[in-house]
Ligand binder design. Structure first.
Ligand SMILES: [Zn+2]
Length: 351
């Protein structure tokens, strides 16, 4: 058996291997607090039943996300989990690579396939210090701009599925006078290398909206915002690992147009009502409650301060959901389409 991380998003530390019992832990790298993202590949384990033990809370309710090709992800199942969800046990049918991850990874390769499917071309928006290209997808003929971003925290894949769903719907239904600018991988280095990205030293990408940003993608997006007529900006994230409000979909409310946020929340609730994985109005985190202190230099704080912006907020989408409201790749895409339908209704209400 071989355990590897040589793929987009790979992240694991193998602490020990004793027979069919493997002790592992996620690699925090430059994250200054505890965090929970991990992803690894197992090869050459045909016929074996192996336990992977994190020794702590690193797994969701439905076991690890598992994939054979890094494209299609499923939950391995609740029955694979050990006590306290600290470990999982998996029986391998063959020797071919089997990928396991904390959640259903959304990779740049998937976004490239999305672009190809729709005959679209994303341009290079910024180049990181490590030489990776940050892409921007623009479409629509109007000048009123809708800015969509994800992966300010690179491990937060659920946000990018939602963003893809939003794009899918807006490509065919964009209201006249509008254009879309989407940057799906703000921290592309972290996405590729499988970093946590949250709470990086000295600060992460969503704390970089300062006078002199450290990260080229943030610097470029701030410049872009000043040159365009930004009406809306939505930043798609995943919340904390698991539990309570973090098992839901929620808006991180701020003080820009609180009535507009109420209206949007109602529309989004309605539009997602029949979905397998949905948003419920009332799940939102309100301004100046819990960690939502409005003091951090985040993308939404920056966009909210522009004179042209009507609505700007973060949408947090759970990694796993719950048994009754469960995350799947398709469910996340459908949630994004519902978000776009809500946005179009919002725009029409204010014409
Ligand atoms: Zn985040």
């Amino acid at each position: 058996m071989r355990i590897t991380t040589d793929f987009t998003g790979g992240n694991i530390k193998v602490l020990s291997v004793e027979g069919d019992y493997v002790k592992v832990e996620c690699d925090l790298r430059d994250t200054t607090t505890d965090w929970f993202y991990w992803a690894f590949c197992v090869k050459g384990a045909s016929g074996r039943t192996i336990t992977f033990d994190f020794g702590r809370d690193r797994l969701g309710y439905f076991g690890p996300a598992v994939s054979k090709d890094l494209k299609t992800w499923n939950w391995a199942g609740e029955e694979t989990l050990g006590d306290n969800r600290f470990s999982f046990t998996y029986t391998f049918d063959d020797d071919s690579p089997t990928y396991f991850a904390h959640d259903m990874i959304y990779s740049p390769e998937r976004f490239e396939e999305f672009l190809k499917k729709h005959n679209l071309n994303a341009l290079t928006f910024a180049v990181t210090d490590k030489g990776n290209e940050v892409k921007i997808l623009e479409f629509g003929g109007g000048d009123k701009t809708i800015v969509l971003t994800s992966r300010h925290h690179c491990c937060e894949s659920t946000g990018t599925y939602v963003l893809e769903g939003v794009l899918e719907h807006l490509l065919k239904n964009l209201p006249d006078g509008y254009r879309v600018a989407a940057v799906p991988f703000m921290d592309i280095d972290g996405v590729i290398f499988g970093d946590q990205g949250k709470n990086r030293h000295p600060h992460d990408h969503n704390r970089d909206y300062i006078e002199n940003p450290v990260y080229p993608s943030v610097r470029e997006l701030m410049a872009y915002a000043k040159e365009h007529n930004v009406k809306f900006q939505f930043d798609f994230h995943s919340p904390y690992h698991i539990g309570g409000g973090d098992d839901k979909v929620f808006l991180v409310r701020n003080l820009l147009n609180t009535k507009g946020q109420d209206e949007f929340a109602s529309l989004f609730h309605e539009e997602s009502a029949n979905l397998s994985f949905r948003y419920f109005v009332g799940s939102d985190i309100m301004p100046n409650t819990s960690w939502n202190t409005l003091t951090n230099p985040t993308s939404t704080k920056f966009f909210s301060s522009l004179p042209t912006t009507e609505l700007s907020f973060t949408l947090e989408t759970a990694y796993f959901g719950t048994e009754e409201n469960k995350v799947s790749q398709e469910g996340l895409i459908e949630l994004g389409k519902a978000f776009a339908r809500a946005l179009i209704r919002y725009i029409e209400n204010h014409r």
